[in-house]
Design a protein around this ligand. Structure first.
Ligand SMILES: [Zn+2]
Length: 329
């Protein structure tokens, strides 16, 4: 079903429940039909993996609290679920998710719908994120764009001719699993070797920094390797740290390599970078654009835009309003 911008036909008063199941955190929220985020509840995933029964039960509990706290005017009328990995949106099934251990063929829409007594829709987490940025964030005003999320993994959502591109099978735009080439030998969560995700995810940024640390090269970082993450690296890069700047250059070049193919294939006009790893956007952008410039054939480099997302963890909640309105709820 092609998502469109929310219409005013239904009541602007009612609202939707939405959940974004990330690799590290889960974000639950209540969002108005127009895309205004009314309430959020963010909690960390259980260490060592949480199976579907446990995690869905927790989300339902959190949803009931958000529902109870909603005033009479904002009673939720439907639920949107954003899940990572390979999903079947039409069937409402999470097929297999590398970052959700133990989740295989989980009919999450049916389970959530029965538990809450509300209709539910499932979409890939990155697609919801892209819909949010397109409606109300850095994607506004462009109808041919890709939003790339740099988190535990690397996901993407494609808006083509003003509609979310879903493809024929599981959700489309699995950019994180496009191979970078023979020089890249790190095994990906999907089981394959050298996917974009093995360089450009926030997880990979921390790994590359640990490798730098292990090699004894110069860095301003003086704490333990376990304390390294994308946010720490972004703060170090601001101070001119060679390790962090090296990591973000690697990320920028890898993204430039894959995005040059995507831009050329689809003649896009914009790429939005979101997720925790995009906190270092200013250090990723230049190497990315330098690479793009050498490869772009469908446009001049000044005609396209690579921008940082503006909605953060609210992006998939805003995207839920687009999805559910388009679904007729
Ligand atoms: Zn992969």
């Amino acid at each position: 079903m092609p998502p469109t911008r929310p219409s005013k036909k239904q009541s602007d008063q009612d609202s939707f429940l939405s959940v974004d199941i990330g690799g590290t955190n889960v974000t639950c929220g209540l969002v108005s039909r127009g895309g205004a985020v009314l309430a959020t509840d963010i909690f960390p995933r259980a260490k060592g993996g949480d199976g579907p029964d446990e995690l869905i039960g927790t989300i339902v509990g959190r949803f009931k609290k958000l529902w109870a706290a909603a005033d009479e005017a904002h009673r939720p009328t439907a639920v949107a679920i954003g899940a990572p990995g390979w999903i079947k949106p039409k069937e409402g099934v999470v097929v297999n998710a590398p970052n959700l251990a133990g989740w295989v063929d989980v009919p999450i829409t049916q389970i959530m719908s029965q538990a809450l007594g509300l209709p539910a829709m499932l979409e890939n987490d990155s697609n919801l994120y892209a819909l949010g940025e397109w409606l109300a964030g850095a994607g506004r005003g462009s109808d041919n764009q890709i939003t790339v999320t740099l988190g535990t993994g690397v996901g993407a959502g494609l808006i083509l001719n003003g509609q979310l591109w879903s493809g024929s099978f599981t959700s489309a735009a699995e950019i994180g699993h496009i191979p970078l080439g023979p020089a890249h030998r790190v095994k990906c969560g999907c089981g394959r070797i050298g996917c974009l995700e093995t360089v450009a995810s926030a997880t990979a940024m921390a790994r590359m920094a640990r490798e730098w640390l292990d090699s004894g090269r110069e860095t301003l970082y003086a704490d333990s390797a376990e304390g390294l993450n994308a946010q720490v690296l972004a703060e170090l890069a601001e101070k001119g740290d060679a390790m962090s700047i090296h990591v973000f250059r690697e990320v920028g070049v890898a993204l430039g390599q894959i995005l040059s193919g995507v831009f050329n294939l689809l003649s896009l006009e914009r790429a939005v970078l979101g997720g925790g790893g995009a906190g270092a956007f200013q250090f990723i952008k230049d190497p990315l654009l330098e690479y793009l410039e050498t490869r772009l054939v469908t446009a001049k480099i000044h005609e396209i835009q690579v921008v940082k997302g503006t909605l953060g963890t609210n992006a998939p909640l805003v995207g839920a309003a687009v999805l559910l309105t388009a679904g007729g709820y």
